[in-house]
Write a protein that binds this ligand. Structure first.
Ligand code: PEP
Ligand code: MN
Length: 361
C-alpha cells in the first residue's frame, strides 16, 4: 500500500490545478517544426512536450522517425521554453539515449506492451531511474499484458510510474481508430488505484473532430490527464495527420473541457454516482451499437428473403430465439417478462426493416 502511494506522488507533487497535459506532435520532423510547436505551447496548461523520435509503423516504408538527432531538438525545447520533454522508447538503446539526453518522461508504446520480452528489456534498461515512465495499453484488449508490464517496471524499482489508455485494435471497422473499451481502463484503475492514468484521445479517435468528446469522457471517468497530439500544420504532418490538432485548438479545448475537481464540498456520494453514470453511458452506447449491428444483419437477411421470395415472418425461428434469450436473460438476472418485451420490440423493428426491403422489389 505504502509503495503504491509513493507512485502517485510524482503527480501529486506537481500540485497541478488541472489534469496533467502532455502535448506535441506525433513525430519530430525537423528542428524548426519541433521548436515552432513548442513555442506555441509555452506558457499554456501543457506540462510535458511530446514528440516521437523512433516511430513504430505497422507497415514498413512509412516515415520511421528522425532517430537520435531529434533528442537534441527536444533538449533545445527545454532550454528555450522550459517545457519538460517526453518521448517513446522501445528498446534498451532508445532508453540509453533518452536518459543521456535528459528526457523527463519516457512512454512505452502499445506495440511494445504486448511483448513481455520487450517489457523486460525496457524494465532492465530503466532499472532504478527517477524519470517518469508511462505504459500504454497493449494494442489488443488484454488487461493482463498491461498489468504485467507495470509489474515488471515496479520490480525494476521505477517509482514514477503511470499508464496511458490509447484504445484497442479491432478487425471490424468502428468509428474509432482504436476502440476505447472503457471498462478495461476502469478495471486497470481498480487494480492500481494510485497509479496516474492518462487518456490519449488522439490514438483512440484517429480523427481530430472526435477528440473533445473522448477527452471529456476520460475526465468524467476520473482520468488524471490527457496526451494530445498537437502540430502547427496538422494536415501536413508526416504521421497521424488526421488526428493532430493545432496548438490554438488545444488551448481552446483546455478552456472548454469540464474538469472534475475533487473539491471539499463534493461528497463521496457525488463522485461515486458520476463514475457509475459514466459507466451507464458507455453501456448504453454499446447497446445501441449492438442493436444497430443486429439490424444491419437483419437487412441482409431481408435481401436474401427477397431474392428467394421467402416470407418475412418465420415463426419457428422467432420462437427459438425467444426461448433461448429468455434462458440467457435469466442467467443475467433479467425477468422473463422484460426479455419478452425487449425482444418483441427488436423483432418488430427487424420485421419493419425487412418489409421495407421486400417491398422495394
Ligand atoms: C504515439 O504516441 O505516437 C504512438 C505511436 O502511440 P501508440 O503506441 O499508442 O500507437
Ligand atoms: Mn501518433
Amino acid at each position: 500500500m505504502e509503495n503504491k502511494k509513493n507512485m502517485k506522488n510524482w503527480l501529486e507533487n506537481m500540485e497541478l490545478a488541472h489534469p496533467l497535459v502532455i502535448a506535441g506532435p506525433c513525430s519530430a520532423e525537423t528542428e524548426q517544426q519541433i521548436l515552432n510547436i513548442a513555442h506555441q505551447l509555452k506558457d499554456t496548461d501543457v506540462n510535458f512536450y511530446r514528440a516521437g523520435i523512433w516511430k513504430p509503423r505497422t507497415r514498413p516504408g512509412n516515415f520511421e522517425g528522425v532517430g537520435a538527432l531529434g533528442l537534441k531538438w527536444l533538449q533545445k525545447v527545454k532550454e528555450e521554453t522550459g517545457l519538460k520533454t517526453a518521448t517513446e522508447v522501445a528498446n534498451r538503446n532508445h532508453v540509453k539515449l533518452a536518459l543521456e539526453h535528459d528526457i523527463d518522461l519516457l512512454w512505452i508504446g502499445a506495440r511494445s506492451t504486448v511483448s513481455p520480452f520487450i517489457m523486460q528489456e525496457l524494465a532492465d534498461a530503466l532499472q532504478g531511474t527517477d524519470k517518469i515512465v508511462l505504459v500504454k495499453n497493449p494494442v489488443n484488449p488484454d488487461l493482463g499484458l498491461w498489468l504485467g508490464g507495470i509489474e515488471r517496471l515496479k520490480t525494476a524499482g521505477i517509482k514514477k510510474l503511470g499508464a496511458i489508455h490509447r484504445g484497442f485494435s479491432t478487425y471490424e471497422k468502428t468509428k474509432y481508430r482504436n476502440i476505447p473499451e472503457w471498462q478495461i481502463a476502469i478495471d486497470f484503475q481498480n487494480k492500481f488505484p494510485d497509479l496516474p492514468l492518462i487518456n490519449d484521445p488522439s490514438h483512440i479517435t484517429g480523427k481530430r473532430d472526435m477528440i473533445f468528446d473522448v477527452s471529456q469522457m476520460a475526465l468524467d471517468l476520473n482520468f488524471d490527464g490527457l496526451m494530445i497530439e498537437t502540430h502547427h500544420d496538422p494536415d501536413k504532418a508526416w504521421s497521424d495527420a488526421a488526428q493532430q490538432i493545432t496548438p490554438a485548438t488545444l488551448i481552446q479545448m483546455m478552456i472548454d473541457l469540464r474538469i472534475r475537481k475533487e473539491s471539499d464540498e463534493e461528497t463521496d456520494f457525488k463522485s461515486k454516482i458520476d463514475l457509475l453514470r459514466a459507466q451507464i453511458d458507455i453501456a448504453d452506447n454499446q447497446l445501441l451499437e449492438t442493436l444497430g449491428r443486429r439490424m444491419k444483419i437483419s437487412d441482409q437477411i431481408g435481401e436474401l428473403k427477397k431474392q428467394k421470395n421467402v416470407a418475412v415472418l418465420q415463426s419457428k425461428r422467432w420462437n427459438e430465439i425467444l426461448g433461448k434469450m429468455i434462458l440467457e436473460g435469466e442467467t443475467r438476472g433479467l425477468s422473463e417478462e422484460f426479455v419478452l418485451r425487449v425482444y418483441k420490440a427488436i423483432h418488430q423493428e427487424s420485421i419493419n426493416h425487412q418489409q421495407k426491403i421486400v417491398k422495394g422489389s
